[in-house]
Design a protein around this ligand. Sequence first.
Ligand code: ADP
Ligand code: MG
Length: 225
Amino acid sequence: MTTPLVELRDVTRSFPGPPEVQAMKGVTLTVNAGDYLGVVGPSGSGKSTMLNILGLLDRPSVGEYRLSGELTSSLTDDERAAVRARFVGFVFQSFHLLGRRTVLDNVLLPMLYSGVPRHEREDRARDALERVGLGHRVDFLPGLLSGGERQRVAVARAVVSRPRLLLADEPTGNLDQRTSGEVMDLFEELNADGLTLVVITHDESVSRRAHRRVRISDGRLSELT
Ligand code: ADP
Ligand code: MG
């Protein structure tokens, strides 16, 4: 049996408050390498909290998280940052691009922390931008791009360090249907190349493209069939 990429075991995340909020309650989840998981659920149900834990931006209050078989609770903060930079890419609803940096610079930036040799960085960034169909926009500032183009830059930035796991939190929340479709096509290509995807979405047409779906409601996770 191969080691799962992601294993949450009985994870609870409480925010002390008052009032204390249990944003995740006893969540157990396994994601294998190459999976494409959709996460649905109402607003405030704990989806982003789970994504933050999967991406090592946050820690469980109770329970275990193993990434690629390694127990993450034993890592120091520096080790967590290093693992995050090498293993995990993020895509957010509101793109989170640096407005005063060119498209190319935005995509170069994560490689400063992920151990890509300096002389390879620019070629890698240009390749990633070609791949998302934006090779002709490398010198633009993000503000000159459409929403769909900005999100494709964010996807290029998320994958340029060749992570094992791509985490997306409402990636199409600010896009119209057609551009959403383009971003989803891109996700499918990346998954076909072996990237493991976890995509949170409110949008039924987006979640239907995942190969497996789970629902979170009130901090509890259930499998959808
Ligand atoms: P979703 O992404 O499904 O909309 P979240 O994971 O953002 O939900 O939030 C789940 C619950 O946890 C909500 O009740 C939210 O208010 C609470 N919560 C999230 N982050 C924090 C925090 N840093 N401090 C306190 N409460 C939080
Ligand atoms: Mg959220």
